[in-house]
Design a protein around this ligand. Structure first.
Ligand code: B12
Ligand code: SF4
Ligand code: SF4
Length: 306
């Protein structure tokens, strides 16, 4: 983790540098911690479901599903013993969720950097709970089942893996489309074609993510925003965005971020039907939207190398 941060792989996600010692050592978060419980919630979507939004984010925000189940678990534990102390984390807390899920036996961290389960592939989101009681003596990581395969490493459109299992967020389209609040580096822009929020390529190609995996819970079924095209997303009003993204992880990209991404996708595809929207967005009050629109316009004219 320290080496990953020192190499700049976290891009501008400064929050990853904060509370680092706590992230690495559960004892600092929950003194007396003895057990880590890892939870995976499957969200596999059918292959023929096409959306510019990554699979995990097409329906209800997964954070709520984890939060609800962690709360229910905490209640059950307190019924058993009212003095039990717990710390639960989904995503933004200070826990290395993949590492603990692997140690708990849920699956292994694949060369694509994600936790892969035998039954649901990597189509699972994760959360963990620390508790200050010993539950059992189990502490055996899952076997590593990638073998000689390197499909994900080869398929990444931006070469974001400096080494197997290591992701350089600066090059990753997931980071660029969700976390980056500024302009997207020019060499990466064309890679937004077909992707407006997140990226699934290093999962789509994984043989463990095959078609027979059961489709995830109904709450992860696509909401209306996920059915929109890049053109429609680029043309959303702020009110429409607010209404449509409410309760979805997509809200994290914010109104300007989502429109920026959509414009890059349209420009990269040289989508001539988007000309009017692109022209209009060139005058947008948001700098990152106007910048993306001007870049997209150069792509339509076919007069740019990038
Ligand atoms: C920061 C972050 C990102 C960043 C960086 C990605 C990365 N690989 O680190 C960005 C924005 C790029 C990103 C993208 C995505 N993310 Co993300 N992300 C996180 C977050 C918040 C922290 C991860 C982290 O600490 N990274 C830093 C590196 C150094 O750590 P690491 O890879 O976790 O662990 C490595 C080392 O620490 C080391 N290690 C091995 N053993 C041990 C033992 C110990 C004790 C320690 C300390 C370390 C260690 O090996 C590990 C593997 O390389 C987690 C949630 C969480 N709190 O864990 C979600 C999380 C990893 N993301 C998730 C998802 C779904 C995604 C995307 C698929 C979203 C999308 N479709 O666009 C992409 C996939 C990109 C990819 N191939 O990884 C899920 C993954 C679920 C799963 N099945 O694994 C998580 C767990 C969120 C969740 N709650 O479900 N993400
Ligand atoms: S999410 Fe996309 S850009 Fe990021 S590592 Fe995977 S394939 Fe590469
Ligand atoms: S594509 Fe191959 S190397 Fe990559 S995570 Fe899946 S099994 Fe492992």
């Amino acid at each position: 983790m320290k080496a990953w941060l020192a190499s700049g792989n976290a891009a501008d996600m400064d929050w990853m540098h904060r509370r680092l010692e706590e992230r690495l050592d559960p004892e600092r978060v929950l003194p007396g911690v003895q057990t880590v419980i890892a939870l995976g919630i499957p969200y596999h979507r059918p292959k023929d479901e096409v959306s510019p939004v990554a699979s995990y984010a097409r329906g209800r925000d997964y954070h709520y599903a984890h939060r609800d189940r962690m709360r229910a678990l905490r209640r059950l534990l307190l019924e058993l013993d009212a003095t039990i102390d717990t710390y639960a984390c989904v995503d933004t807390g200070v826990a290395m969720e993949k590492v603990w899920a692997e140690r708990a036996g849920l699956g292994w961290i694949g060369k694509n950097g994600l936790l892969i389960t035998r039954d649901f592939g990597s189509w699972v989101t994760l959360s963990v709970m620390y508790i200050d009681r010993a539950v059992d003596a189990f502490d055996r990581p899952h076997d590593f089942l990638c073998g000689d395969c390197v499909r994900c490493l080869k398929a990444c459109p931006t070469k974001a893996f400096p080494a197997p299992g290591v992701v350089d967020a600066r090059r990753c389209l997931s980071y660029q489309s969700i976390e980056n609040r500024g302009v997207v580096p020019v060499p990466l822009r064309k890679r937004f074609v077909g992707r407006v929020f997140g990226c699934d390529t290093c999962q789509d190609v994984c043989p463990w993510n095959h078609d027979e995996i059961p489709v995830g819970d109904r709450r992860f079924e696509p909401r209306p925003l996920s059915a929109l095209s890049a053109l429609e997303l680029a043309d959303l009003t702020q009110d429409q965005f607010k209404t449509l993204s409410s309760g979805m992880a997509v809200a994290r990209a914010q109104y300007d971020g989502l429109r920026r991404n959509a414009l890059l996708a349209l420009g990269g595809a040289r989508d001539q039907s988007a000309r009017a929207v692109i022209e209009r967005r060139c005058e947008d009050s948001s700098d990152i939207v106007a910048d993306a629109a001007r870049w997209a316009r150069t792509q339509l004219h076919g007069d740019a190398a990038d």
